[in-house]
Structures are given as structure tokens and as C-alpha cells.
Design a protein around this ligand. Structure first.
Ligand code: ZN
Ligand code: ZN
Length: 150
């Protein structure tokens, strides 16, 4: 009897694990797509930058390159932030000290006793500034009241 109880429990655990990783997987896929898009954008900027240098005979004035440099720097920073977010998601449910799998809701790691990170709050939902209803991430307009979203 205990065997079946144990088995049932394990199946439930596995199910929860899958649900959690599917959600994370989707998020990671989205983030990776965003990173690739920025990488592409950055390559174009590098190309413009290179062309500019070439046109200036290899010695562009600082004010000529300041714009592209700033844009590249900003893009790089955004990419790093996205990458950090990917790492964070991948490490959800793992002990920050020893990397052991943490049971859901654990306050301390059962393997090494380190304090487990506080559970991540759900993604903040985007709300319409006019009517306060939750709207889609990519919406241009509120689908409830038609207000323009920024
Ligand atoms: Zn640990
Ligand atoms: Zn609205």
C-alpha cells in the first residue's frame, strides 16, 4: 500500500515539475528570441559603425561615432539584462549555494542548509492606464476601452 502511495506522490511531483519547466521553457524561448533580435540589431549598428570609420578614413571624429557607440552600448546592456533573466529562470528551484533541486516552497536547501531564494512573484501584468484592466504585453490599444497604450 505504501508503495502505491509513494508512487502516486512521485507522479504528482513529476507533473508539477513538468508544469513549472514548461512555463520556464516558454519564457526562456521568448527571452532568447529577444536576445537574437537585439544581436541582429547590434550587428547592423556595428556595420554602420565600421562603414562610418571607413568613410572617415579610419579616423572618425568622436562626435561622428558617439551616436552609434551609445546605441551599441545600450543594446549590449539590454542583452545582458535579458541574459541575466534567462539565467535566473533557469536557476529557479535550485539552491544558489550548491545547485541542488529545491522542493517547491522550501525556505532552506535540504542538501546544504543555505537559505533558498524567495519565490519569484508572478510576472507583473500590464494594465491599461485608462481603465485599469489587464492587457496583453504587445497590445497597442486597450481591448476593453480602446485607450492608446504606450
Ligand atoms: Zn544547497
Ligand atoms: Zn482600457
Amino acid at each position: 500500500m505504501a508503495f502505491f502511495e509513494e508512487l502516486g506522490k512521485r507522479i504528482t511531483d513529476a507533473g508539477q515539475e513538468v508544469a513549472r519547466s514548461t512555463k520556464n521553457f516558454t519564457q526562456v524561448t521568448k527571452l532568447n528570441a529577444a536576445i537574437s533580435a537585439k544581436e541582429k540589431e547590434r550587428k547592423e549598428l556595428f556595420a554602420q559603425f565600421g562603414q562610418l570609420c571607413y568613410e572617415k578614413g579610419g579616423q572618425p571624429a568622436p562626435e561622428d561615432v558617439a551616436g552609434p557607440m551609445e546605441a551599441i552600448r545600450a543594446l549590449t546592456e539590454e542583452m545582458e539584462n535579458l541574459q541575466a533573466e534567462v539565467e535566473r529562470i533557469k536557476n529557479v528551484g535550485k539552491c544558489p549555494a550548491c545547485g541542488a533541486e529545491l522542493p517547491e516552497g522550501a525556505a532552506f536547501c535540504p542538501a546544504c542548509g543555505a537559505a533558498a531564494p524567495a519565490p519569484q512573484p508572478e510576472e507583473p501584468q500590464r494594465v491599461c492606464p485608462a481603465c485599469g484592466k489587464a492587457v496583453g504585453e504587445e497590445n497597442q490599444f486597450c481591448n476593453y476601452c480602446g485607450a492608446k497604450l504606450d
